[in-house]
Design a protein around this ligand. Structure first.
Ligand SMILES: Nc1ncnc2c1ncn2[C@@H]1O[C@H](COP(=O)(O)OP(=O)(O)O)[C@@H](O)[C@H]1O
Ligand SMILES: [Mg+2]
Length: 442
């Protein structure tokens, strides 16, 4: 199990990427907002200039208009135009909208005479290129006698507007390219980190495998040596016991001491136990050598089961799939695997229970495989032992060798298969052998 305290790739994807996208949007919205604000202020400045000028014009020209003093009016107009370069036109209009006197381009906007007559305050008429400002001229009785008008150029405002839009496009372009750059950089970095992590894991796996193989080989040599060395003395002991059993009836030893028979039985049981340990040791050293032939898995399972002494209180239930054709495998080795798993299951159920053995043809990830399952209702395996059960010499039993599962794993992987374990402490364990015979390949 890999404990992931901090995963930089995930961190970037989940946290950094949304953050830079958010910052980019923020910068874009902020600059758009600033530009709009600036344009609004400039437009307001223009309007202030227009309204103030036209209102002053109305106030200062009342007496001149009533006196028909056109000379002075001309001077006033010249003065106003001189003051502000953006003023295109200054005019006085009568109530029908006709020009009385003025300077600059004629005002072409449709001026409704009825409305002019009842004008009470300054009006602004907006156009794309200029704004028109109209202000009523009141006589002494507060009646409208005419209208002052000013046309103000919007050239400056338009230029500013164009420049702002260009600026905005540049900002968006800059922010987007920066983001794309950062994004690419992050993707590249993540990819590199990912590749590095994978290479590291591969290397570690390889190292673990080599270490495991070396360990297995060393233990194998030791097991083979010890096994062979013990086989001869044990054989001699066995022969001696055989001889004593033969000799006892002739003597009256049994009448003198009846416990002798019990001791003999004990010696025989221990010889049997030792023989099993020795065969475990020898099996372990021979794990890799296979003599494959076409075999029927169901038949082989049945044979393995027949060898085992099944204690009272333990039931074995079988369910073998009918559509599994014979496979190429080493029957002796594979039977050894089944035997070890059955014995382990029985040993895990000291108070009795059920062992389910089943075979099944399964299609997983588009690949056909055979699964042989041994499911018991025994003690189960604790999570910390789970990591160690396949290690040679690991055992939780008083008289265990800890070689059974290591042998199983060696044999199954020599067949190109895998062993998987699932276990719930207290509820039992399930060992699944997965075989991938080439003839099953779809
Ligand atoms: N079916 C099972 N149920 C519970 N524990 C198991 C089972 N099979 C194996 N184990 C655990 O795995 C250990 C190693 O098994 P194995 O390699 O066969 O050695 P041994 O049987 O000599 O102890 C056992 O000691 C036991 O703790
Ligand atoms: Mg065992």
């Amino acid at each position: 199990m890999m404990t992931n305290v901090f995963n930089p790739i995930r961190f970037r994807r989940v946290f950094v990427l949304p953050l830079i996208v958010f910052l980019a949007c923020f910068v874009i919205v902020l600059s758009w907002w600033t530009i709009q604000l600036q344009l609004n202020i400039s437009e307001a400045d223009l309007n202030r200039l227009g309204t103030i000028t036209v209102e002053n014009l109305s106030k200062s020209s009342v007496s001149l208009l009533t006196a028909n003093d056109f000379e002075s009016l001309k001077n006033v107009i010249a003065l106003v135009k001189e003051k502000e370069a953006d003023i295109l036109t200054v005019e006085f209009l009568d109530l029908k909208g006709k020009k009385i006197i003025g300077d600059g381009d004629d005002i072409k906007l449709p001026l409704d005479p009825d409305r002019l007559k009842f004008m009470k305050a300054t009006e602004i008429h907006k156009n794309r290129y200029f704004n028109l400002y109209l202000s009523p001229i009141f006589d002494k009785r507060a009646a409208v006698t005419g209208v002052s008008a000013i046309l103000l150029s919007k050239d400056k405002l338009n230029t500013m507007n164009r420049k702002s839009k260009l600026l905005f496009v540049l900002i968006v372009f800059g922010v987007v390219s920066f983001n794309v750059f950062i994004y690419q950089y992050l993707v590249r970095e993540s990819l590199r980190a990912y590749q590095l992590e994978r290479a590291f894991n591969d290397l570690k796996n390889l190292q673990d495998r080599i270490l495991q193989q070396e360990k297995m080989a060393a233990i194998g040599r030791l097991a083979s040596g010890v096994g062979h060395e013990l086989r001869n003395p044990l054989g001699a002991i066995k022969n001696a016991v055989y001889y004593i059993r033969d000799a006892i009836p002739a003597s009256n030893l049994l009448e003198k001491d009846p416990t002798v028979s019990e001791f003999l039985e004990m010696i025989e049981t221990e010889i049997k136990n030792s023989t099993e340990i020795i065969s475990d040791l020898l099996d372990f050293s021979k794990v890799g050598k296979l003599h494959p032939q076409l075999i029927d898995l169901g038949g082989l399972l049945w044979e393995a089961k027949a060898i085992v002494d099944v204690p009272d209180g333990i039931e074995i239930r079988e369910s073998f799939s009918k559509d599994i054709a014979p496979v190429q495998a080493d029957p002796v080795r594979l039977r050894q695997v089944f035997l070890n798993l059955i014995v382990n299951a029985i040993q895990a159920m000291p108070k009795g229970g059920t062992l389910y053995i089943s075979t099944e043809k399964v299609s997983r990830n588009g690949r056909n495989e055979i699964q042989i399952t041994f499911k018991d209702t025994g003690t189960g395996i604790s999570p910390e032992n789970m990591k160690k059960i396949f290690e040679p010499l690991f055992t939780t039993k008083d008289r265990g060798t800890g070689l059974g599962l290591a042998i199983c794993q060696g044999i199954v992987s020599a067949h190109g298969g895998k062993i998987e374990v699932r276990s719930e402490p207290g509820n039992g364990s399930e060992f699944v052998i997965r075989l991938f015979p080439p003839e099953l390949r779809a």
